[in-house]
Write a protein of this length. Structure first.
Length: 202
């Protein structure tokens, strides 16, 4: 039980916050939904951050950070009652090796400042929802998603910048480029076949 003035941060696997899995067991879906509903309706969930996969040496599974707060209107903080911040950081990080991804200092700052700007009464920068990255959702909105706590459900897709090229012209251009790639592939294949034949014949 979280004390009335306490905060808690926990790391959970994707299976827990999406499917209710605990270790190798599966909690029946209705019970998992009820458990999520209980902590959301109790207004304990302050922020959820979905992290990218491959952050650990021993496993490649993605994890999520849950920040729970029993008092969402502490001194120095704005009143966040009935709100939860979702941050989808799954696309952040850089591959350090073939199997290990690392969050850069800029990535960590981006996540941290987003949370604190949303949470604090006097933020460094005014918080705004960013499509594809962060979204402040109400309890009612979370309820419409059956209390699933996956950030991707709420943040949506990142806005795509309009390059000004009419769609018909873009399709024609892409078709021409694709056919040219096919022709080039055929040309290279013929060269490879001839060289292989030369090796075999030699």
């Amino acid at each position: 039980m979280l004390a009335p003035t306490r905060e808690l941060a926990v790391q959970v696997s994707e299976a827990v916050y999406k499917y209710g899995r605990v270790l190798d067991a599966q909690v029946p879906a209705p019970f998992a939904t009820l458990a999520r509903e209980a902590i959301v309706r109790a207004d304990l969930v302050d922020c959820i951050v979905a992290l990218p996969p491959q952050l650990f040496f021993t496993t490649g599974i993605p994890v999520c950070l849950w920040f729970l707060d029993a008092n969402k209107k502490s001194a120095g903080e704005r009143d966040r009652s009935g709100e939860t911040l979702f941050i989808d950081a799954r696309k952040l990080g850089e591959m350090q090796t073939r199997t290990l991804r690392v969050l850069t200092d800029d990535n960590i700052t981006q996540i941290s400042e987003t949370y604190h700007n949303w949470r604090n009464k006097k933020p460094k920068t005014e918080y705004e929802d960013v499509a594809g990255f962060c979204k402040s959702a109400s309890i009612d909105e979370i309820a419409t998603h059956d209390f699933v706590l996956t950030p991707g459900r709420y943040v949506g897709a990142a806005a795509v910048e309009d390059d000004g090229e009419p769609i018909d012209e873009k399709l024609t251009r892409l078709r021409t480029e694709l056919l040219a790639e096919f022709d080039e592939a055929d040309r290279l294949e013929q060269i490879i076949r001839e060289r292989l034949q030369g090796l075999i014949g030699g």
